[in-house]
Design a protein around this ligand. Structure first.
Ligand code: 5GP
Length: 108
């Protein structure tokens, strides 16, 4: 269990921008840019490295949801999608998530 299970189960509040049977997207509590949204699967996959063959549709769905959310909130000039994998990849919550970050300059 991680804090994200509590968000999925509505045990703690989050600013949810999208939800369906497979995924949920909500604003990051400590945004690194004017727009910083997390897209996560409802199924707990701890990190991208541990995805299984059977998870391929779920992962594809997450990226699709990211594009749906980006359109919904009007990000017309681009955005960045990031997955941190493992401690040395900067991952702190071990429930797979895509960061959707936008509306600031990126240097690389
Ligand atoms: P990671 O470092 O694992 O790639 O990203 C975890 C993200 O989850 C961080 O950006 C952090 O700010 C966010 N986060 C951690 N706890 C919570 C929470 O309780 N609510 C929300 N909305 N975001 C959280």
């Amino acid at each position: 269990m991680t804090i994200f299970d509590k968000i999925i189960n509505k045990e703690i509040p989050a600013n949810i921008v999208y939800e369906d049977d497979v995924a949920i997207a909500f604003h990051d509590i400590a945004p690194q840019a004017p727009t910083h949204i997390l897209v996560i699967p409802k199924k707990r996959i701890d990190q991208i490295e541990n995805m299984k063959e059977e998870d391929k549709p779920v992962i594809g769905h997450l990226f699709h949801v990211a594009t749906v959310v980006a359109k919904k909130i009007g990000l017309e000039n681009g955005y960045r999608l990031i997955i941190n994998n493992g401690v040395e990849g900067g991952q702190t919550v071990f429930h797979l998530h895509i960061h959707l970050i936008a509306e600031r300059e990126f240097s690389w």
